[in-house]
Ligand binder design. Sequence first.
Ligand SMILES: Cc1cc2nc3c(=O)[nH]c(=O)nc-3n(C[C@H](O)[C@H](O)[C@H](O)COP(=O)(O)OP(=O)(O)OC[C@H]3O[C@@H](n4cnc5c(N)ncnc54)[C@H](O)[C@@H]3O)c2cc1C
Length: 293
Amino acid sequence: MTADQYVVATGFGPTTKLLAQGLNHAGLSNRQLGKRFSANVGTAVYAMFEKPIWPAGSARPEPGVTQCFIVEGRHVEENGKVVEEPALENWFHFPGTVALALTGWFQHFACAMRKFNHLSMAGIVVPTHVRDCNYVDECGKVHVSLNCDEFELLLRGMKRIAMIYFAAATPDDPVTLYLPTKAMLLRNGCPAVIRNMDDMEWALGEIRRRGPAFVNLLTTHGQGGASLGDVVDPESFLVRTDSGHQVTNLTVADSSLFPAGCEINPQLTVKALAKIAADKTRGRLEQGRVSKA
Ligand SMILES: Cc1cc2nc3c(=O)[nH]c(=O)nc-3n(C[C@H](O)[C@H](O)[C@H](O)COP(=O)(O)OP(=O)(O)OC[C@H]3O[C@@H](n4cnc5c(N)ncnc54)[C@H](O)[C@@H]3O)c2cc1C
């Protein structure tokens, strides 16, 4: 199948792969392809309240599929220093996925899962910065990691969520936190119980000591790989080659175009960029028709 113009808009992973294959096939290359990848790396904290969150007979759906609420990032003073706290998101997951994420042993785990209607969840969102180690490879596989500052931001997000949940707890409805660790946190040989900020500070110390690999992390809002400026010409939206030429029939129109992460949901910007790319492509097609006539 052939066409006068090709627009690649398959999302950052497949787009990088398709561009790598296409350039390679034509004997061309762009060494910047796959670079400048960034994403929001996140995790969730689970809070088990003593009482059900929605009482029996509540008109609300149980357990309640919520719309997204964002608590914006902020700067706070901590020990005489101004530090950043990341944005937080409310979070919803079905029992099946919560069961995969929640740590717990046998009977204790079964009890926690039976109390799904007592469970509230909140997520932390940490935007990664542009670094060489964060990239999409030629097979479309994403490589992304947090550096020390970003990991610390994630921990501050967990702490912020803990403060919110402990503030919401009452003497007759206390809360126990479950942290997103890959294995059970053990304290003096027993599963750690996190019921106040002292417990939380201890847990954060343990997680900090064991590093990001000890935390269940997920990635959303991936951006970059075919960045405007390095891989795609910012005027024409055509793919560039190492020699500085533009591939005259190859346009990119998706989240790969971002030269850096925008930290928040990129979808509206993706749509705006795709509209510009479409207009440029249509202009080229019309120009081609005029010159053929
Ligand atoms: C868990 C999650 C939550 C999110 N939440 C939000 C949110 O609340 N608000 C928001 O604004 N954004 C959100 N986003 C981000 C948003 O979904 C993305 O930023 C946006 O979809 C990126 O658009 P895109 O066009 O780059 O890629 P995509 O939307 O992924 O589109 C690529 C399309 O190409 C198709 N495709 C892939 N390979 C091929 C191929 N070889 N041939 C043909 N077709 C192919 C795919 O099936 C897909 O339909 C979320 C993303 C995730 C992962």
